[in-house]
Design a protein around this ligand. Structure first.
Ligand code: BJW
Length: 259
């Protein structure tokens, strides 16, 4: 990575207290979770319309659940990678850091991040289609497909936001508030095409934040980002972390060793 870019980024971060990070499937790719739109992405092999819409679930809940059961099986053994771990470790370096994630894999929490907004839900949660109650469901494979609510017998659905569904209004409000009040916003490993999440870095930029994008390739966000760092999140975030800690130490701050 270009050293000048790293220098200007560490300069920007040196004075920052409030950081927001929007993450997408790319940050979990190095843990072994498939992305959606990449070379081996899920939407290259499966049709979103038949698996990730409310209409698909209404038509064939068994098919939709079989797909989610398979994905839960893929995600169950994976662990956070250096990208997730750096973001969790930055809780020691910045007064306020929030992770706004489109991912449903729970890996940020697993890495130790505490302030996480899960915009698209969580694959380890289920929701009763009759009562709307949300509960954890960790068994994989599921003992019964499609699973039913133990209280009322109605179908359970994955607690995930499908295409055409509204995001939880209070989570979205929180995500915009975090984006519009941060000083630096990172967009890490997201194709930045799915709304409304893709609008968050733009909202941050309009409100005066520096926008830093980390991705293997340019996205629709790249042109308006202040700094674009091309490469793997699991390489670039640790690189930034090391440089940041060196600078903080040089400035007389007592900082713990990195993750
Ligand atoms: C790396 C890397 C490494 C790889 N390091 N980088 C036309 C225009 C505008 C909007 C719309 C439209 N038509 C329809 C819409 C709305 C729609 C939408 O935005 N569609 C677009 C695709 C066009 N949005 C919705 O429907 C949302 N709801 C909504 O708008 O509601 C309105 C409403 C209001 C009131 C009432 C009713 C409705 C809901 C969106 C829900 C998205 N859900 C999904 C599926 C969840 C299913 C599941 O997980 O099972 O969420 S779609 C899928 O995309 C998933 C992701 O969270 C989301 C974003 O993907 P992400 O994370 O960006 O991943 P990828 O794969 O796209 O990109 C990975 C990136 O990482 C790439 O750039 C790589 O280069 C990079 N990368 N390895 C760094 N190691």
């Amino acid at each position: 990575m270009n050293d000048d870019k790293l220098d200007s980024l560490t300069e920007v971060l040196a004075g920052a207290r409030r950081i927001a990070v929007l993450t997408g499937a790319g940050i979990s790719a190095e843990s072994g979770v498939p992305t959606f739109r990449g070379k081996d992405g899920l939407w290259r092999q499966y049709r979103a319309e038949t698996l990730a819409t409310p209409e698909a679930f209404e038509r064939d809940p068994t098919l939709v659940w079989q797909w989610y059961d398979w994905r839960r099986g893929l995600i169950a053994p994976v662990v956070p990678n250096p990208g997730h771990r750096v973001l969790a470790a930055w809780q020691d370096l910045f007064e306020d850091i929030a992770v706004i994630t489109q991912n449903v894999d729970g890996l940020h929490e697993k890495a130790g991040s505490r302030n996480v907004v899960e915009l698209h839900g969580n694959i380890w949660k289920v929701r009763c289609t009759r009562e709307g109650t949300v509960s954890e469901s960790l068994l994989t494979p599921l003992p019964e497909i499609p699973p039913r609510c133990p209280d009322c017998g109605a179908l359970l659905r994955p607690h995930i936001v499908w295409f055409g569904e509204a995001l939880d209004a209070s989570l979205l409000e929180r995500a915009f508030a975090l984006s519009e009040t941060c000083q630096v916003m990172f967009a890490v490993g997201t194709s930045a095409v799915v709304q409304p999440a893709a609008s968050l870095p733009c909202a941050a930029g309009r409100a005066g934040a520096k926008v830093v994008e980390i991705n293997l390739e340019p996205t629709p966000l790249t042109r308006s980002a202040d700094i674009f760092l091309r490469g793997k999140a699991g390489d670039i975030l640790p690189l930034i972390d090391r440089r940041l800690r060196e600078n903080m130490r040089a400035g007389g701050r007592d900082v713990p060793p990195g993750p």
